[in-house]
Design a protein around this ligand. Sequence first.
Ligand code: GTP
Ligand code: MG
Length: 258
Amino acid sequence: IYRRATPTTLPTFLLIGPSGAGKTALATLIERSSVVPTHTSTAPLSIETLLPEPYVPASAHYRSAGDPAYERARRFLLLDTPGHGKLRHFATKELSNPENVRGIIFVVDAAAVADSAGLTESAEYLHDVLLSLQKRYTGAKTSKGPKEIPVLIAANKLDLFTALPAHLVKSHLEKAVSAVRKSRAKGLKDSAIALGGGDENAIEDDRENEWLGEGGEGEFEFRQMEEVGTGVVVRGGNVLGDGGADVKAWFEWVGEQL
Ligand code: GTP
Ligand code: MG
């Protein structure tokens, strides 16, 4: 008897980002092709879905519609995580063991990052996500390094007139992540001194491990993450808005990873 192999694990995309950025709104849009009112999430939400037409999974470019392999290649899992500061352990847990994670969609509110409090909140969370990806890469036992995990920064809410365009979201976040990196390093140093100095070498190792991106005096830039197997792109869109949703750039990115 002919039996079809059922895949036990689907490629997974994590939805991560600060509270209110629009992660659950995006997840429900993808699940039902319509937006329903959302509340701040208190638990993760997993959605099994298909890459819609006309987007094409990169692995299936030369296959034709109707080919079962083509249909299979469209399937993926979306895991929405709560962004509230006290509920980030759900996301952190996924990041610590990203077995089937094909990519991370870090959602930011492009209007919220126009002011410094919103920018700092997004940058702190983003810094920590990128640092955990970097540590996973540099701490890998094999010489090949672990599988690459790309990051899409989805600059959401571009329907709002106060929203920054995607290229400014990118440059603002790079600057703010640089500032977070500096203040985290200072915090480490201060606590090492408070603990009575200790082993100079151990402190230096710690500093290196906790430093995101390239060392030196320069600013942090997302392209530095390529060194550690993480391509980062920033693409704009909106889940809501009078003109309807615009999530094309995000679906294209998901297709590139499938
Ligand atoms: P947490 O669950 O707390 O982490 O937040 P979240 O990222 O899941 O945010 P959620 O999806 O609940 O959206 C927060 C608010 O932003 C909701 O009121 C949404 O309707 C609104 N929102 C989401 N996307 C957009 C958008 O593209 N434009 C506008 N104007 N509002 C949006
Ligand atoms: Mg939510």
